[in-house]
Design a protein around this ligand. Sequence first.
Ligand code: IMP
Length: 188
Amino acid sequence: MQAPVARVLLSGEAIARRVAELGAEISRDYAGRDLLLVTVLKGGLYFLADLSRALTIPAAVDVMAISSYRGGKGPSGVVRLIKDLDEDVTGRSVLLVEDIIDTGLTATYLVRLLRARDPADLAICTLLDKSARRIAEGLPIRYRGFDVPDEYLVGYGLDYRQLYRTLPYIAVLDAERAAPGGAGARVR
Ligand code: IMP
């Protein structure tokens, strides 16, 4: 696929190796528990599909959809629930599976929402951690695939204006080429 990427950050092979490691770790930690994997449409789907297949223990999966508003001054943390979970989380071990945690405001909203439903325990597994941009504090991130630099990334679920999610690797977007004719792409 012709994609406007400046450079590949994580190859498909590197992602697959790390996902296998995370799957093994989660399988050890959650053995014998009632594990529910939860992700957020649409970006989390790709990681959830691979991570869940790297588990050696039974797990249920569920998805939710949200929309977040990002004003001109950057992330607002204002999130609206568009599709709720089908599963009841009460008394279960919930693992929130995220593609990327950036400011952490979205994850903060999700953690608050899920905790209010009394899970037995709640933790986060994020494939990518853009930790340099973190605003939110105290997120229960128990598993992280890679720490990534403060650049706009696409691929493996991450989109730019709904495109490039389907790339099998993770790359830095070339903002100029992504928005030809424009004065540089607005990527946030
Ligand atoms: P946060 O609330 O700032 O942590 O934002 C999390 C959400 O922002 C992610 O689930 C993504 O949808 C989006 N996001 C953050 N960084 C990137 C990126 O580099 N590429 C694509 N989407 C991103």
